[in-house]
Write a protein that binds this ligand. Sequence first.
Ligand code: GDD
Ligand code: MG
Length: 341
Amino acid sequence: NIRSLILAGGSGTRLWPLSRKHNPKQFLKLEDTSFFQNTLIRCLEVSDISEIFVVTNDSQRFFVTGQAKELGYDLPPENVLIEPEAKNTLPAISFGMREIVKRFGKSIVGVFSSDHVLDIRAMETIKNAQLLAKEHLVTFGIVPTSPHTGYGYIKPAEKIDAGYKVAEFREKPNHEDALKYLKEGCLWNSGMFLFDTEVFFGELKEHESSFYKAFGPEIDPDAAIEEIYEKVRAISIDYGIMEKSRNVVVVRLEHKWSDLGNFNAIYEESEKDDNGNVIYECENILINSQNNLVYSKCDKLVALIDVQNMAVVDTPDALLVCPRESSQKVKQVADALHSKN
Ligand code: GDD
Ligand code: MG
């Protein structure tokens, strides 16, 4: 079996006001199950429940155990790893890898974001990449559909087993570079990885030695996590390791994948009515209005007249209205709120 490490500590600020600091995107239920629950179900394809670890923070701890329980699974409390502070994905992954080595020794670990939509059949491809993971850092690549600047771009080189050696990994390029990468046949980084714990710590030692000194498996197993976190800076795995390593391999995922990073992406992925509208959870009267996303959690009727291509998202204490195309900017609202408080 491979072990699974689920990253569930992000705040998903581009889905404000649905996603909040204390009710973030991964635990949202647009359907019967949340993104986190769907991730957990996928992980159970490759790991036993006792081999699934979740890195999160104290305020989300009960979402994690509660949502697992709702599905009928008892996630061992010691598998829920609580970060003293959110410092992006490199500390979170290093923490998880360290705990997995402490518990199980050398392992192959699937690292999973908890905020994606992914066809469960993709887990088969991930499982089959184990051989590659024994020597390389394995990423999973998605065929891109646009020059999206919120993703990592991976340039595949020569074939190796079930994958390709990676000539270049570039995190979140600007629009011009993204267009260039698109033309060169690059893949998007799906945000999922398959790492052998020894390979991972070897790369950490080479490229982020302060992280190795803080999290490395030979560090005192009883060291307090607060002190470990104080020793490292906030950085993502993509900038910290993937861009720098020369030992990256990409395996193409042919299955349906979406990051659902903003309201426009949710619109694109959802079922539309005859007028191209996507409507969640509310009574509505739409007159001559097409291609909108309408979401209301309130017991309120939503009416639109002559409105096209907008996102209208209503919650008890906040209302968002913006062109769907501007959804990527919603983060600015959350940022503005943050600096106000
Ligand atoms: N525990 C913990 N702590 N989890 C975190 C933290 C943290 O500080 N920060 C982010 N996460 C979790 C998020 O909840 C999400 O599930 C995952 O880690 C990825 O973080 P994002 O913040 O959503 O990353 P991104 O979308 O900007 O970029 C990553 O994913 C893209 C695909 O969706 C990168 O890996 C890109 O290269 C990739 O294309
Ligand atoms: Mg993301």
